[in-house]
Write a protein that binds this ligand. Structure first.
Ligand code: OSB
Ligand code: MG
Length: 369
């Protein structure tokens, strides 16, 4: 694939309702879209960085800078045989995993389209449908949260994840259990606690959660190992795992018993597949996380989640859970059994609606300029 041209877009898409986590509240989804042209084809990838460096250190601004100044010049005019040849080209650029992941996703879209393969098959996926759940943000009151969950259960979601933070944790989990009984329930703290707050998680052990996601610091797999040793409930790491080697070390230390894979957090789909394979050999179940992606990033996540060791339900919900209008057709929809069908057409397998992308673009540049 000879990459002749690249386009970068900063898009902003209004969300159907704000999404609040321990680190902040988002009501407009911001991200970058990468569009690559090669051999008469085009491929799209998403960089799910936000306005501010709150989930991780990247932002739409830093990703734009790194892509424009360092990454795109390395691939423009270059013949890239396979998407897996891309990570070695940018390995010397430290971190900036989301920026790299957007380009790699676009290369996978191009490659699988040229090979006449659905992206899922190109990645080694085996499932035609992926079990999914919904991630429910922090709400102003417990009643508002319960109403939100009731609506999602009514829509057919069979796994609920709630966001927690200090002051919005044990009692909230208990209230959800009381209201909905034995639903599949998990929590996500997005690094909001320290080891000094171990009792809070011990108190949650009684609530039979599927897992507790990223309770402690994003850079601290040592404290997570201390916490896991004192809990019955499995800890799942999200922010802490940015390379396959991080997964190996966290598993070795006993820092977690489950891993949330987000390819974008890890520099691309290849790193996501490598982490999946490593966890499979270590008998650590994984599931596919999300970063409120538009349909473009979601389609790639769905393809990844079709690999065999993605055993817990994914944080991939229908387009309508996030946006009034998604950027793709058809939109992502939920099947009655709380699954989403993996696109089966060649490439990304979804149509990008150019007019909608244009309407939501706030900044655009083409390279070479
Ligand atoms: O930690 O999983 C997370 C959204 C933004 C940033 C971080 C996270 C999330 C989610 C949303 O939980 C998952 C989704 O895309 O539905
Ligand atoms: Mg998380």
């Amino acid at each position: 694939m000879k990459v002749s041209r690249a386009e970068l877009r900063h898009v902003e898409l209004p969300m159907v309702f704000p999404f609040e986590t321990s680190f902040g509240r988002e009501s407009v989804k911001a991200c970058l879209l990468v569009r690559l042209f090669a051999d008469g084809l085009e491929g799209w990838g998403e960089v799910p960085a936000a306005h501010a460096p709150l989930y991780n250190e990247e932002t739409v601004g830093t990703a734009w800078h790194i892509l424009e100044t360092f990454i795109l010049p390395l691939i423009l005019g270059r013949d890239i045989g396979h998407p897996r040849d891309f990570p070695p080209l940018v390995r010397h650029l430290r971190r900036h995993y989301m920026a790299k992941a957007g380009v790699e996703a676009a290369l996978w879209a191009l490659y699988s389209q040229a090979a006449r393969l659905p992206l899922a098959a190109a990645l080694g996926g085996t499932r035609t449908r992926v079990a999914v759940g919904v991630s429910v943000g922090i709400e102003p009151t417990i009643d508002a949260l319960l109403a939100r969950i009731e609506a999602f259960l009514g829509q057919g979601y069979r796994r609920i994840k709630i966001k927690i933070k200090p002051g919005w944790d044990v009692d909230v989990v208990k209230a959800v259990r009381r209201a909905f009984g034995a639903i599949v329930l998990q929590v996500d703290a997005n690094s909001a606690y320290s080891l000094a707050q171990t009792e809070i998680f011990q108190a949650m052990d009684a609530s039979e959660l599927l897992l507790i996601e990223q309770p402690l610091g994003e850079d601290d797999i040592v404290d997570h190992a201390h916490l896991q040793a004192q809990l019955r409930t499995p800890i799942c790491l999200d922010e802490s795992i940015v390379t396959p080697a991080d997964a190996r070390k966290a598993i070795g230390l006993g820092s977690c018993r489950v891993i949330n894979i987000k390819a974008a957090r890890m520099g691309g789909l290849s790193a996501g597949v490598a982490t999946h394979d490593l966890c499979l050999s270590a008998q650590i179940p994984v599931w596919c996380g999300g970063l409120l992606e538009t349909g473009i990033g979601r389609a790639a996540n769905l393809a990844l989640a079709s690999l065999p060791n993605f055993v817990f339900p994914a944080d991939l919900s229908a387009s309508s859970r996030y946006f009034r209008e998604d950027l793709i057709a058809p939109p992502v929809t939920l099947n009655p059994d709380s699954t989403i069908t993996v696109p089966s057409d060649p490439g990304l397998g979804v149509h990008v609606i150019a007019e909608r992308v244009d309407r939501h673009t706030v900044r655009r540049a083409v390279f070479p300029q």
